[in-house]
Design a protein around this ligand. Structure first.
Ligand code: KET
Length: 449
């Protein structure tokens, strides 16, 4: 257990975990008594886990669980952010198939453990992908990149490092944000606060609120920023707004932690979608970046991502990396080899890389065309309300503005599955299913308030 005294990161983590578990467990007094009873008085047939109460399903992944149980042929899963084809099928990119074939054909490949930080070539190429090939930070060797378990694992490793080694343990996350963010950061030992981000009235950015909240954050606080295609709102700052955010954060010494889970999905261009991150790196300051290849390469289940930490000097970066290794080793020892090898094969080869950018653009374009189709379908039905946000928002999701009752109605009567905050994954929609969704939305807004 902890040897660091009461204030240590481990203690804080355990306390946070305990609070989390006891608040979700809601034990009744009888159960508490049976836990308190001595082992000798317990019935031999009682499980030592009989006090464990069933936890609720995850708000996002639980939608798929409910969907899978529904026998209706009409059912439609717009919950999880996972790309589907026009036929409603998961997509393995052609370029991924090619890279995998290369790997299989290469008999010299072995299955040895990777180093704690993962595949070196993958790390180098991932840093180049997000920071740009000509990034001075890379040239000056002041970026450390470690392969992690997709975006989530990268966020968690970064947060664990910060909880141990950074003086300010408060992280500000946007309101709203991806539902897993508060859990990842709390369990890592950080204290989570939020900053205003979305304005339901305009269905756009609450820029003033954002500036005020970051302006009154304590010096040095960590700030989680969605690099592009903000989840769940689909609302991103403009480049001018990013510049204001950058100036404010740098003037207060706030530490940026970028979550880049959708590079290429917002605009269809890998470089355009990395601009926010590159602005913060261009000023020579420090930042964290968690990258995921789940969406943009369709490698969801391969769990491949990277954490980059941009430091002031190469010397600091080296020492930081040595400590990140101490975070990773007792957690999962070292990352898996297959997904990272696929990514490295694609990023290192000009032809495969170009092919990827075409396939990525095609995915982004199909999502954009679904936005237009859904918007047109609602207009055609005369559905009350202004639905222009469907075509204005970007990335994988539309934040519809439907309330939890309307969502529950659509699930019950139309077998449409989505998160209760009214987010729909546009990537799960196809020309064939748009009319069904439009009918459901029309019925929901006219019948359920
Ligand atoms: N960040 C954001 C903003 C995000 O939306 C996701 C996944 C992740 C990180 C983590 O992805 P990973 O698969 O660990 O690389 N979001 C979708 C899936 C999920 O909730 O796990 C979603 O919001 O549907």
């Amino acid at each position: 257990m902890s040897s660091g005294g009461h204030g240590s990161a481990t203690d804080r983590r355990l306390n946070a975990l305990f609070r989390h578990l006891s608040s979700s467990a809601r034990m009744d007094p009888q159960q508490l008594n049976s836990i308190a009873a001595s082992p000798t008085s317990a019935n031999q047939n009682d499980s030592v886990f009989s006090h464990v109460v069933r936890a609720p399903e995850d708000p996002i992944l639980g939608v798929t669980v409910a969907y899978n149980k529904d026998p209706s042929p009409l059912k439609l899963n717009l919950g999880v952010g996972a790309y589907r084809t026009e036929e409603g099928k998961p997509l393995v990119l052609n370029v991924v198939r090619k890279a995998e074939q290369q790997l299989v054909n290469d008999r010299s490949r072995v299955k040895e453990y990777l180093p704690i930080v993962g595949l070196a070539e993958f790390n180098k190429l991932s840093a180049k992908l997000i920071l740009g090939a000509d990034s001075p930070a890379i040239r000056e060797n002041r970026v450390t990149t470690v392969q992690c378990l997709s975006g989530t694992g990268s966020l968690r490793v970064g947060a664990e490092f910060l909880a141990r080694h950074y003086h300010q343990r408060t992280i500000y996350i946007p309101q709203p944000t991806w539902g897993n963010h508060p859990k990842v950061f709390t369990l890592a030992g950080l204290s989570v606060k939020s900053y205003r981000y979305y304005d339901p009235a305009t269905r756009g950015l609450n820029f003033q609120g954002l500036l005020e909240d970051l302006g009154s954050a304590p010096a040095g606080a960590i700030v989680l920023l969605h690099a592009c295609a903000h989840n769940p709102t689909g609302v991103d700052p403009t480049l001018q707004q990013w510049e204001r955010i950058r100036q404010l954060m740098r003037s207060k010494g706030l530490l940026p932690f970028f979550d880049s889970a959708y590079q290429g999905f917002a605009s269809g261009s890998l470089d355009s979608d990395a601009q926010s991150v590159r602005m913060f790196v261009a000023d020579g300051g420090e930042c964290f970046i968690a990258q995921s290849y789940a969406k943009n390469l369709g490698l969801y289940g391969e769990r491949v991502g990277a954490l980059s930490i941009v430091c002031k000097t190469a010397d600091v970066a080296g020492r930081v990396e040595s400590q990140v290794k101490l975070v990773i080793r007792p957690m999962y020892s070292n990352p898996p080899i297959h997904g990272a090898s696929i990514v490295a094969a694609i990023l290192r080869d000009r032809d495969l890389f170009n092919e990827w950018t075409f396939e990525l653009k095609a995915m982004a374009d199909r999502i954009i065309s679904m936005r237009q189709k859904l918007f047109d379908a609602l207009r055609a039905r005369g559905t009350p309300g202004d639905w222009s946000h469907i075509i204005k928002q970007i990335g994988m999701f539309t934040f519809t503005g439907l309330n939890p009752q309307q969502v529950a109605f659509m699930t019950k009567d139309y077998h449409i599955y989505m998160t209760s905050d009214g987010r729909i994954s546009m990537a799960g929609l196809s020309s064939k299913t748009v009319p069904h969704l439009a009918d459901a939305i029309h019925a929901a807004v006219t019948l359920v308030s």
